[in-house]
Design a protein. Structure first.
Length: 153
């Protein structure tokens, strides 16, 4: 399965599972940028930000789906994290926090929620803010693609 087909199939899985969610949820990262219309070609996984309640609901729903435990990170932490095997891996987070350059943990909780088909993501402007906070080399191209999307509107 090619990247676009894998992405689409994984998004369909998230969409179907979201019927069991009670709280707001978002795609973040490269998947959010692509679903928003930004020109993002390289996507390795789908990042799904959930409430703890919806994280548990998804775990119960996908109990037969293979998953892997989290890898340690010095930059990110969450109250719950799991990577599910799918046509494209789906990384799920509850109460995601990011360690800033100053060493302070900052919660990532989007304030905007835009619907794209059957899924949600922060606004392109807020996605840029989140990516800047993450401050990773791979996010530079995502920021540029989101800026081009905003400019084109």
């Amino acid at each position: 399965m090619d990247n676009k087909a894998s992405f689409s199939a994984a998004i369909d899985l998230v969409s179907a599972a979201s019927q069991s969610f009670c709280d707001d949820w978002w795609l973040i990262g490269s998947a959010a940028a692509r679903i928003s219309g930004a020109d993002i070609t390289a996507i390795n996984d789908i990042d799904l930000l959930l409430s703890p309640r919806d994280f548990d609901a998804l775990r119960d729903l996908w109990q037969d789906r293979r998953s892997s435990p989290p890898k340690p990170s010095l930059q990110f932490r969450s109250s719950a994290f799991r990577v599910y095997e799918a046509p494209m891996p789906i990384e799920t987070f509850a109460e995601l926090e990011l360690r800033t350059d100053e060493g302070v943990w900052r919660r990532i909780l989007p304030q905007t929620r835009v619907q794209y088909g059957a899924v949600f993501a922060p606004s392109p402007e807020e996605q840029i803010e989140i990516l800047r906070l993450m401050d990773r080399p791979k996010d530079v191209e995502r920021i540029k693609a989101l800026q081009a999307l905003i400019k084109a509107k």
